[in-house]
Design a binder for this molecule. Sequence first.
Ligand code: NI
Length: 398
Amino acid sequence: MSSLLERIAAIEPELIGYRRQIHQHPEPGFEEKETTRLICQVLDEANIPYHSNGDKTGVIATLTGAKPGKVVALRADIDALKQTEQTGLEFSSQVPGVCHACGHDIHTATLMGAARVLSEYRDQLCGTIRFLFQPAEETLGGSRSMIENGALIDPPVDYLLAAHTWPDMPAGSVGVRKGGMLAASDHFVITVRGKSGHAAHPHRCIDPIVIGAHIITELQTIVSRRVAPVDSAVVSIGRLTAGNVSNVIPTEAVMEGTVRTLDAGTRENIRAWMEKMVTLTAEAMGGEAQLDYEYGVPPVFCDSYIVDCVSQAVTELLGPDKLLQVPTPSMGGEDFSFYMEKAPGAFIRLGTADERPESKGALHSPTTVFNEKAIATGVAALVGTAFLLTGTGLDPLK
Ligand code: NI
């Protein structure tokens, strides 16, 4: 019996081949037909049963171990971005206006590799592994479709894990962080209603502009006075409209903005504080106001126990120098968080930087290149963590 790393090394050229095939034929959200076909082919070869994501692209696969244990879902997003690749790589996108600039081709190949390797260990495996090949992450609608189509049930998923490329870390490393990893992003509209009239007779009017100004000022106290200093949040108004002429007090003022939070509790608190500030401030000033708060993606909050399992797996299988701490959360959003509303999870980073300056560029940049070593590293991290989370232990992999 060969070790996990030997098994991964044996299939690494094929995994890089999958990655390059997907890279050359990138498909945007909910159009990943060829990518889905390739995934199904690999699952068929590994003898892993799967079902489709309803009438949408994407695949939900299930590997049942020989012994009872926990159910662990591993997720990869498979969609590309609508932009033109400018890397000059020999296997560059052949589709004008579409490319894998966020490394989702690496994620897909990594999860295909994890599926192949895990299928070879099914006799030793306790519990169940669910593979979520998810479409449309970039447009933030894919994970909801997967959940609707049974991603987290039959059997119910106990733990979730996803990996994402990260040009800020060297290839071969795995980055972890407990707690807030990515932000929730919400949108709101505040409508203030007063009573219009001549600007020379304010006592006969109720001025929604002045009420709105008070509300805006009060909203600034949410982050400065209500949110704990060690927590992070943003409340910003990006749009304010009221009135048409200088000598008329209007009936209405409308404000629109965004709230960013890293903690689910803080997110709920901010909404509640805003609601009170908006309605009571307007009422105290004789008018009325309404908050329409629209939830976007929730925050990605990494579960401590799962991060401990990732850390143990990476340290024991790849070496302690391969485990890095991600120093700060990102205020970007991720629809992996919709799964995390149903079960605890962790979102880990796979380093993709090397000596090439263009490997240290930003995600979503059309010139950024990704070191493919991240695939083998990612397979080891996913398989090792899955073995710990299911209750199988790392011994069969060594
Ligand atoms: Ni991405």
